[in-house]
Ligand binder design. Sequence first.
Ligand SMILES: Nc1nc2c(ncn2[C@@H]2O[C@H](COP(=O)(O)OP(=O)(O)OP(=O)(O)O)[C@@H](O)[C@H]2O)c(=O)[nH]1
Ligand SMILES: [Mg+2]
Length: 449
Amino acid sequence: MFETLSGRLGDIFDTLRGRGVLNESDVGAAMREVRVALLEADVALSVVKDFVEKVRARAVGQEVLKSVTPGQMVVKIVNDELVAMLGGEAEELFLAAVPPVPIMMVGLQGSGKTTSTAKIAKRLTTKDRKRVLMASLDTRRPAAQEQLKILGQQINVATLPIIPGQMPLDIAKRAMEAGRLGGYDVVMLDTAGRLHVDEGLMSELDAVKFAAMPAEILLVADALTGQDAVNVAKQFNDRLSVTGIVLTRMDGDGRGGAALSMRAVTGRPIKLVGTGEKLDEIEGFHPSRVASRILGMGDVVSLVERAQEMVNEKDAEALVKRLKKGQFTLIDYQKQLQQMRKMGGMAGILGMLPGVGKLKKALAGANIDESMLVRQDAIINSMTARERENTKIIAASRKKRIAAGSGTSVQEVNKLLKQHQQMADMMKKMGKGGKGMQLPPGFDGLLPR
Ligand SMILES: Nc1nc2c(ncn2[C@@H]2O[C@H](COP(=O)(O)OP(=O)(O)OP(=O)(O)O)[C@@H](O)[C@H]2O)c(=O)[nH]1
Ligand SMILES: [Mg+2]
């Protein structure tokens, strides 16, 4: 799911994150690419326009330009807007009604209603410990009722006995009655499909709805049909007021346009997604998880949030000013170290960065030692104020004193000085508006080379 879009957005954001500073035209260019990427993923045009506009408005505002990590900030904004577009919070099936709670399944022919009925029944039985009765109201397709019966046997869920010749509305009434008498928690009503939305189908479904008063009317839509699925959902919703959407065949849909537009176009939440033919291949739909899967951003979002909490804006501005003059003292270096420690150390930061699977392994191999952050802090604390301002005066005798004072070795003092120098050089480049800064401040210089 979402592979194409994920790849495209990943490239766009990599470029953006590579920048130290972002201006309006950087953001504008990135947003044009995001727009194309979404359209290629088959997201509805109206949804794309609205989305891009919202992101742009926030991204060119104060919050990004002042931020210390502007590229990541943009990623976070995109993430937040994506979550909102997908409906915000995950929505569960609504079952808090007087049992037996009726759930009605509707949708076009072959969209996956019967399969989804069985999948949901199985999920409710095993996960929620509900007693479920399934009934097929499909009198149109030969053997449709038998299909549900067989599925019921496979998953050990009761089905309403078949009475040949009975009409859908009467089956629905009988199912509810059997549900009451049998003490069931949930009664699932699987309906017949049609090739197109037509009036005959709609009035039949409307009558069933009126008789059964379902707590949920779930529209089952085939994700592979892309925008058509969204249009069909809209038509069903206009006529029947569906309560939620089950999106099937997500396993085969690399683009994901239907999933992305569904909520925004219909105003109804995707409650479940089908991810295969097997009867346990159904999942809840979690907007925030979907967004982070699409962005492939590990947990950049919480990284940015934590960084925002930690970094005092004034400090950051002062640092930027000094960087522009090419000044990056050991005191600045120490502040970066302390910030890293607050953010959960190396492992904490790495765990939240996108695409660091490989890097993480490399680091594990290089035996990076978390306690190094603590020892370097101690080394800097053992220096005099003048030494911290100007490392050039730290000659051999001073190194010995510093090593002894911090309980480290001269080699470690040398290593710290070298890393500081590397970082200062890099910061100087950045301060001049150069590229090449992908990791948070203070991180690059500590990587093994
Ligand atoms: N790969 C995949 N196949 C699915 C999924 N959901 C359903 N199918 C398949 O889609 C086909 C049709 O599913 P049905 O559940 O019979 O569809 P229906 O909407 O009940 O069809 P009608 O009753 O004829 O309208 C079956 O072969 C299912 O196995 C899914 O999430 N992924
Ligand atoms: Mg069916």
